[in-house]
Design a protein around this ligand. Sequence first.
Ligand code: ATP
Length: 543
Amino acid sequence: MDKQNDQSRMDRIVSLAKRRGFIFQSSEIYGGLNGFWDYGPLGVSLKRNLKECWWHDMVAGHDELATSPGAPEPHEMTGLDCTIIMHPQVWKCSGHFDLFHDWMIDCRESKRRYRYDHLHGRWASHRGKKVFVVTDQSGDEALPHTLTRAQKFFGVRANKLAEIEWEGDLLPLAGNVTLAEALGPDAGEPGTLTEPREFNLMFETRIGALAGDDDDRAFLRPETAQGIFVNFKNVLDTSRVRVPFGIAQIGKSFRNEITPRNFTFRSREFEQMEIEFFCKPADSAAWYRYWRDRRWRWYLDLGLTEGRLQLREHAKDELSHYSVGTADIEYAFPFLAPGEFGELEGIAHRGDFDLRSHMEGKLVRKDGELVVETGDDGKPRHRGSGKDLSYFDDISRERYIPHVIEPSAGADRAVLAFLCDAYHEDEVPDEDGKPRSRTVLKLHPRLAPIKAAILPLVKKDGMPEVAIDLYRKLKPHMACQYDEKGSVGRRYARQDEAGTPWCLTIDGQTLADKTVTLRDRDSLVQSRLPIEECVEILRDKLR
Ligand code: ATP
């Protein structure tokens, strides 16, 4: 098996993340809470750096006077920070209230709950008994799981496994068998799985002390995008932006996922980095291609291995009812089977669906057209705001509803991908020249939580004083750490695990000629630099 796609590698990454304070389970001392994660001292810096890179590269550092490579023309970028709880009507018009659900299935016996579309199985028979053995495992784990389930169900000894006859390959449970014939993933007998039920993924809450009736029901946002659409007019009226322009937002989103899994990949509380880009309908296909390619490059420029990334255009039948085109940027996470990829970001051409929904009311597609959905009484099922969200181009004198391109990324999934990609195990010579195995995070310097470590070789001869002085000179410019504890080899190892790209060592020679050793994390090359030039050289490297 490809060593990279190895569950044990994932286990080691998770263990490093815990051991070095990148990611902890939420409320761990109370046994944890499934689907919720906390970022520790190193993790919070990594995630902040990632979000700052995104904000800088997409918004703050964007040159609105130039045409970006691949773009049809210059464009502007601006930002927003909206609330997590919004008017409930937002979710009714966006479609989330009616449509944002997964199918779930319960097991009456084990009391476990599964996502219907995650269940697969295969037919097994033994001495005239036949059952459809269901698993909730994916990838490499699925087949062995059905085997152990069947062994237990038929009561077959380990050395008689060949007696079990298997029919066909793994099939989705949905649409292939009746539930009476299905042996649930944690059940002792077939027929314990309930009929699938819809489950809305939005977390509900109530507003105010007198909350009681249905009108007080509010929701934690399942995406940040809607805050941007409902503020479209505010942004237009208060800043001098002109179409084409984008509004960016980073913030928490919440989804009551039925089966959170794969570390932080599928969480119930997570952070998104979303852009809604508004453009002229006639230019929208060109802008879609621009954003798709630009976002793809962003992950590569920050160091993800190209061979583990995939850009996947959705097939027509996979598109949401409003979408004209969607591409996913996906990463080959080590917890997935070889050949499988997990979504990091979706780039969707959403047409005028969102702005129209918030003007007119919830839309549905009828005979190829988007029309307001009506109830039995002929009135809109969910009434829109009635506000005019069209755009008037005062140069061409045209009025239109802009089309939207949406690059929607998950900050937690990106952190996880960068952690997995950066994780390496190799060998380095120790102080005596003997090979020593090391774990190193080869994070891009922009992402690294600590950019440089300043290490006095020994805790005497004036070395700590010189090192502390250098630390204080560097600190205003970048995150750095002073460390004098333990052998220098141990200190290098600690920094390698934290992903620190550079170590500066103050040694005997420093005191003689005012130079220090710069050790590069990845190449392991050690070079000498004048202590006076360290700040400038490291700032240059970071740029
Ligand atoms: P999936 O199919 O994996 O559930 P999605 O297609 O529903 O994802 P979007 O609604 O397109 O995801 O959300 C945009 C981005 O938000 C995703 O690409 C992902 O990075 C992030 N995201 C979505 N759901 C989760 C989650 N439960 N945990 C962590 N990140 C998430």
